[in-house]
Write a protein that binds this ligand. Sequence first.
Ligand code: PNS
Length: 164
Amino acid sequence: MPEQRTAIYPGSFDPLTLGHEDIARRSLKFVDRLMVAVAHYPTQEKARLFSVQERLEMLQECFADEPRIEVTDFSGLLVKFCDRVDVHLVVRGLRAVSDFEYEFQMALMNRELDPELEMVFMTPGVEYTFLSASLVREIASLGGDVSQFVSKPVLDRLQAKLAG
Ligand code: PNS
């Protein structure tokens, strides 16, 4: 059996948006398997809307239809996680020029830390270029309708979280 091409799609996913989902599903055009990896930031956990466990559950629900997507989490450096799981290809979404500087800096730094690592940048569908998890959080917390920006499992959890 030929070797499977695997990539990691890391992020905070607080919460997962349709833009993230679009990037993950598009990347399956060039990889056989994708690990969507929620990054732990113990020092920032209190600032998050959803716990890592809740984000993992949301991701699992949203990608339940796609056996080629595996949901996982990691703490510490991305390059160390990549090394541990022996995957050296990382996918990131690039929405607009404003994302570029941060992503470029992170890509070059990651390559400095691990010369074996390659990063691939994908643009989401144009309907998602203005979308961000932080805007979804803000709109939802102010009572706005985010149903066109997130999947049903995320919407349900947002409503439950913000009602409680
Ligand atoms: O969705 P985000 O918050 O933009 O994702 C950022 C993420 C998680 C990909 C990035 O912060 C990361 O890789 N964090 C792990 C810690 C690390 O490796 N930091 C050095 C980056 S050069």
